[in-house]
Design a protein around this ligand. Structure first.
Ligand code: NAG
Ligand code: NAG
Ligand code: NAG
Ligand code: NAG
Length: 387
């Protein structure tokens, strides 16, 4: 990642951020045939995952209106680019398909990330001029094989974008040898966009207080799959400590208005990922960190987490021999406020931030293309991603 955006610019991003968090949860089971779908304003949402309920509420209520408004704005903004406008300083990135049909403000690269000189468009007639073409893996259509034969301008780079874990995205033979760049949560992608990150806190925002707690450990889950490691772990853990569990499976639905309130009222939150892959830390990690709750993570090994969050800011299930030992630790922490507060040392210096889905990928890809003119081919994408 290059230029760190200023904190202030994120104030307008609350809704997109929230949606990203939702999408993170909502789309991971996308390819499973058992998933049922609800279409909100051409944004398909699985009814499976954790945040879905919140998502749907917002999407159907407020966001539908905003998406509609955005759509018009986008259309107006997407005036054809004249040849003269295409200079070294004006990189065109063509969005081949809106990720999950979700449109974003194509003018936002400068205000949100301080990235200048990027012209984001979805106007396919710009193909022959575009310096980059971004494809969202899930939305690569059936016409892709045909597209591969289409001549490309010699400088044009195709960007493969995906935020779903390999378990939740389908392999596609055609993606090998087609792309030049990858944009993904994986740190070894060309254009790395994590689900969230800790950024330096400004003087003004150094007011963090641990929220009032009335529960020890909580979990919110909608996608209850008995074969998932997280469900097995939860079942064992709850034999030794009371876990306040929410979500459809427990008949304890949480609406969006209560989501943060409940999350922040728990001392610990089970940040259990649905599938375990390197660098795959989702909103399940960054949401609790944002609201002031200590994440108990189940995912890739601790050392991988430590590459993005401080070692003393979270608990890893692997730190304990058994769920029972973890339960004992949580109970100990519940009784020792000073020890518990040490999990928040990082908050003096950092704050947790989500990433605006799609928009950040487009802006950072454009920036990458602008700054890296070198020839590049990504040969074995299938092997890299799915092994
Ligand atoms: C929608 O927006 C209104 C105000 O703009 C707010 O009062 C309401 O809580 C929002 N609804 C949801 C579901 O966020
Ligand atoms: C639309 O988004 C803007 C911020 O971009 C927000 O202030 C406004 O409340 C939203 N409208 C609705 C109906 O939610
Ligand atoms: C957005 O615009 C496209 C084409 O201009 C239209 O087909 C689509 O229905 C619009 N979507 C929404 C949500 O208004
Ligand atoms: C991008 O990758 C394609 C497919 O391998 C290749 O043909 C093309 O020359 C590459 N372009 C650049 C600019 O790296």
């Amino acid at each position: 990642m290059t230029s760190q955006p200023s904190l202030g610019s994120y104030q307008n991003l609350l809704l997109p951020l929230f949606l990203l968090f939702c999408f993170g949860g909502a789309f991971f089971t996308y390819y499973k045939p058992s998933v049922s779908w609800i279409i909100c304003s051409n944004v398909p949402v699985s009814t499976h995952e954790v945040c879905t309920d919140e998502c749907l509420k917002i999407l159907t209520a407020n966001f539908t209106q905003n998406i509609t408004a955005l759509n018009h704005t986008v259309e107006k903004q997407l005036q054809p680019v004249t040849k003269a406008a295409v200079t070294d300083e004006n990189i065109i990135l063509l969005i081949w398909n809106w990720p999950f049909g979700f449109r974003f403000d194509v003018k936002a690269c400068s205000p949100q990330f301080g990235i200048e000189g990027c012209q984001i468009t979805d106007d396919r007639s710009q193909y022959d001029k575009a310096h980059g073409v971004m494809f969202h893996h899930r939305d690569i259509g059936g016409d892709f094989s045909g597209l591969l034969n289409r001549p490309r301008p010699p400088y044009q780079k195709w960007v493969w974008m995906n935020m779903e874990s390999p378990d939740n995205s389908g392999r596609r033979a055609e993606v090998d040898n087609a792309f030049n760049l990858t944009s993904n949560y994986r740190r070894d992608s060309d254009v790395w966009v994590p689900y969230g990150r800790l950024v330096e806190v400004s003087e003004k925002e150094k007011t963090f207080q641990i929220p009032t707690k009335d529960k020890i450990v909580c979990w919110i889950v909608s996608n209850w799959n008995p074969n998932f490691k997280r469900v097995k772990y939860f079942t064992e853990l709850s034999k030794h400590i009371k876990v306040e569990a929410y979500g459809r499976h427990f008949n304890r639905y949480i609406g969006s208005e209560d989501y943060n309130k409940i999350l922040s009222s728990c001392k610990f939150y089970l940040s259990f990922e649905n599938s375990i892959h390197k660098d795959y830390f989702t909103e399940k990690l960054f949401n609790p960190m944002d609201v002031g709750t200590v994440p108990v993570v189940l995912g890739p090994p601790r050392e991988n987490y430590e590459e993005v969050i401080p070692s003393d800011s979270f608990i890893h299930v692997d730190d304990f021999k058994s769920p029972q030992e973890l339960a004992e630790h949580l109970r100990y922490m519940d009784q020792n406020q000073e020890a518990y507060e040490r999990y928040f040392t990082w908050r003096q210096y950092f704050t947790a931030l989500g990433s605006p889905f799609g928009l950040e990928h487009a802006c950072r890809s454009c920036e990458h293309i602008k700054n890296n003119k070198a020839y590049r081919v990504f040969k074995n994408l299938n092997k890299w991603y799915w092994g």
